[in-house]
Ligand binder design. Structure first.
Ligand code: SF4
Length: 170
């Protein structure tokens, strides 16, 4: 896939409100209450819309406004669209775990795309493109579970970025 056709934009219309359910947050100046991972936010409606969407900043939820899943939400939702995740907690746990892994994949993908602007030796760019292609295959595949291949290529991407900027990811 060409780099400029990678979708990093969140498409909330095609997502099951995963950032508002799968992730945890603590009451702070960014979030108005504590929430455990895997529990729907108290403001999340059945249709996955936020009841306080227009007033989030005023009500102390600026962290929600700042969050960007980079397209992980619609990818995980598409993979689970035909599965009974709403009624089956075992399936919903798989969905949330896959969403969390997709967040990491999309973040790494973005970092590797950005690294394409660096003035690096050709062999570095070749390695970057190779890792990027495998990250893309994992992120755009329809795997309904966390995969070992994704975990491994994430580790490879992290090691690659660390080799460019030692200490950056420590
Ligand atoms: S306040 Fe709204 S956007 Fe933030 S987690 Fe709750 S439902 Fe989602």
């Amino acid at each position: 896939m060409a780099v400029d056709s990678i979708t990093f934009s969140a498409d909330c219309e095609k997502c099951f409100g995963l950032c508002c359910t799968a992730l945890s947050f603590d009451r702070s100046d960014q979030f108005g209450h504590d929430k455990l991972g895997g529990e729907p936010c108290q403001f999340l409606e059945r249709d996955f819309r936020c009841r306080i969407h227009a007033r989030r900043e005023d009500l102390g939820y600026s962290g929600c406004e700042a969050f960007d899943c980079m397209g992980a939400g619609q990818r995980a939702s598409a993979a689970f669209a035909s599965l009974n995740w709403r009624q089956d907690s075992a399936v919903s746990r798989r969905l949330y775990a896959r969403f969390s892994q997709l967040l990491l994949l999309q973040e790494m993908r973005q970092a590797l795309v950005t690294a394409g602007t660096l003035d690096l030796p050709d062999e570095n760019h070749a390695q970057r493109r190779d890792i990027l292609a495998r990250i893309g295959a994992e992120a755009d595949g329809m795997a309904p579970d966390v995969t070992i291949a994704a975990r491994d290529v994430l580790a490879e991407g992290k090691a690659f970025l660390r080799s460019l900027a030692p200490g950056l990811l420590d």
